[in-house]
Design a protein around this ligand. Structure first.
Ligand code: MN
Length: 544
């Protein structure tokens, strides 16, 4: 049993031959209620972080207890939370536990600072379970200081399609997954901050005339493919196209158009957002749901308030380990909006789809054995024998004299095979042409291979290296890789998703100079909304 207050006991290294010594070995024991709960029956956050940082797991009993407690807390909350500053707003996390730890450092300790998370805690990254455990534990510890909204990934359909379900089954089992899904059904959907900002994962809906309507939704369910609940989780702001002439922006655009990128829900236009904001006396919609290179994006400024109509915040730096984007959080304090950016943190590596190293290396073995068998079974051409080089004299006289006739024959075959391989290689044809049927049979039998290699009629199979990278693609389950946007699983994939671009209207600097022409301060830039609803907007970069 681990003893309270003492560093978790780690796996031993009796021979001292671990190749990467600067990485601590994982804890040898599961965390149980004895070390997790303090005397006052609160989660011991320090002990939990220490355990999870080392890739420690929890006992299933404890994990289910945490999920149940958090679930009960969420269930008691309304669909629409009413919050006030000071508060820090956080966007998508996507299973990037080690970046969440960094985020909490940048934003300040969760007990001393109020936080609201806008959803998408799971999928994509390999540490979604750790993110969920941390978030739920913080919720239990600080129920009125930490708030969690539902994102479009917090549902059964997305987590089965992406990798969270697989991760739960790999690290724990399906009962843990089911308990987490039931808990996600209880998450609230949106929040108002200072009655001036609407915080939500995706955005607005044609079925949302006013914010109060959010409280009328039955949220305790798997989100449907359409309707208000779907739109709050899925909608995106419509971005004006670069080639669009300026004059057309004066015309009123339709408030909502179908969102073909996501395969469900809508794009809400600037006019749609501005109308909604005015009707509800709101200043801005703060949402997550879209990766941003700078970690945030200020969408089109509303001329009547001088404030961006929509702000996107994204808190998963170096998203999917490939985007090289910054993460950011918004800090509201004293009606001032601060943007804190942060970079990614190193994390342990997992093979795609939590594949074991044996499963991963199996295709290598099969490839080599197939190649070997092919050459052994290949009928030899008479002419080849004559062309084979003589064995070195020393080998013939000394070594081969000690072998039996059979053994000598084996050596002959091996020498001939080696020569075949050498010649085939020099002709650029390591693996000869094979019949379609044989290829189909062979490729079709190995479930670990990505779909592309099952396509037959290829002259040669793609190398294992390319199959491994294709597996990485499959692990992200996007049709193109890296997948730019999460799309509804019911959607048929194509390579038409929009690229991740540098925000065009993102700088508070830009907005500021447009609004009042004053020069930016050294620490950042200030923006005041014309009606004085929000005193300022400051951008600062956290020390990285
Ligand atoms: Mn999302």
């Amino acid at each position: 049993m681990p003893v309270k207050g003492i560093k978790p006991e780690c796996l031993k290294d009796p021979l001292g031959d671990r190749p990467v010594k600067e990485v601590s070995p994982p804890p040898s024991q599961l965390m149980t209620g004895d070390t997790y709960w303090t005397k006052s029956k609160q989660p011991d956050m320090d002990a939990l972080f220490e355990h999870l940082n080392l890739e420690g797991l929890l006992s299933q009993e404890l994990l289910l207890e945490i999920i149940k407690k958090a679930s009960e807390t969420f269930e008691a909350e309304p669909n629409l939370l009413k919050l006030n500053d000071p508060i820090t707003v956080v966007g998508d996390i996507h299973g990037q536990y080690y970046d969440l730890v960094k985020l909490l450092e940048v934003g300040g300790p969760p007990g001393d600072n109020q936080y609201i998370f806008l959803g998408d805690y799971v999928d994509r990254g390999s540490f979604s379970v750790e993110v969920v455990v941390t978030m739920f534990s913080m919720k239990i510890r600080y129920p009125k200081r930490l708030w969690m909204l539902r994102g479009n990934h917090e549902c059964r359909q997305m987590t089965s399609f992406f990798n969270f379900r697989e991760e739960c089954e790999y690290k724990y089992d399906i009962s843990v997954y089911n308990a987490i899904m039931d808990c996600f059904d209880n998450l609230p959907l949106a929040a108002t901050i200072n009655s001036k900002f609407l915080a939500v994962h995706g955005g607005l809906s044609p079925d949302l005339p006013n914010v109060k309507a959010i409280n009328k939704v039955n949220r305790f369910q798997e989100p449907p493919k359409e309707g208000l609940l779907c739109d709050l989780l899925w909608a995106d702001p419509l971005e004006p196209k670069d080639d669009q002439p300026v004059k057309s922006s004066k015309k009123t655009s339709p408030p909502f158009i179908p969102n073909e990128v996501r395969g469900c829900s809508y794009f809400y236009s600037f006019d749609g957002a501005a109308t909604f904001l005015k009707k509800n006396s709101l200043l801005s919609v703060i949402r997550a749901h879209e990766a941003q290179l700078e970690g945030y994006k200020m969408h089109k400024t509303n001329p009547s308030t001088g404030f961006p109509s929509v702000i996107t915040i994204f808190s998963a730096p170096n998203y999917c380990d490939v985007y090289n984007n910054k993460g950011a959080v918004l800090k509201f304090d004293n009606s001032t909006l601060n943007i804190l950016q942060f970079n990614c943190s190193p994390h342990p590596y997992h093979l795609p789809n939590f594949m074991g190293v044996f499963g991963w290396s199996m295709p290598f073995v099969i490839e080599k054995v197939t190649e070997m068998l092919y050459f052994i079974l290949q009928p030899s051409h008479g002419s080849d024998d004559g062309e084979l080089p003589e064995l070195p004299e020393k080998m013939r006289d000394t070594h081969r004299a000690s072998l039996s006739a059979d053994q000598n024959e084996v050596v002959d075959i091996a020498t001939r095979l080696a020569e075949h391989v050498r010649r085939a290689g020099s002709r650029g044809r390591a693996i000869p042409r094979r019949s379609r049927i044989a290829c189909a049979r062979r490729c079709g039998r190995w479930p670990g291979w990505p779909a592309s290699s099952r396509r037959c009629g290829r002259r040669t199979r793609p190398s294992y290296g390319s199959r491994v990278s294709a597996l990485a693609t499959r692990s992200l389950r996007g049709s193109c890789w890296p997948a730019r946007t999460a799309f509804h699983p019911s959607w048929t994939c194509s390579n038409t998703r929009p690229p991740l671009t540098r925000p065009t209207n993102c700088g508070p600097r830009k907005i500021l100079q447009k609004e009042d022409g004053s020069s930016p301060s050294k620490k950042g830039t200030m923006l005041s909304s014309s009606d004085g609803l929000c005193a300022g907007l400051v951008q600062r970069t956290a020390p990285l």
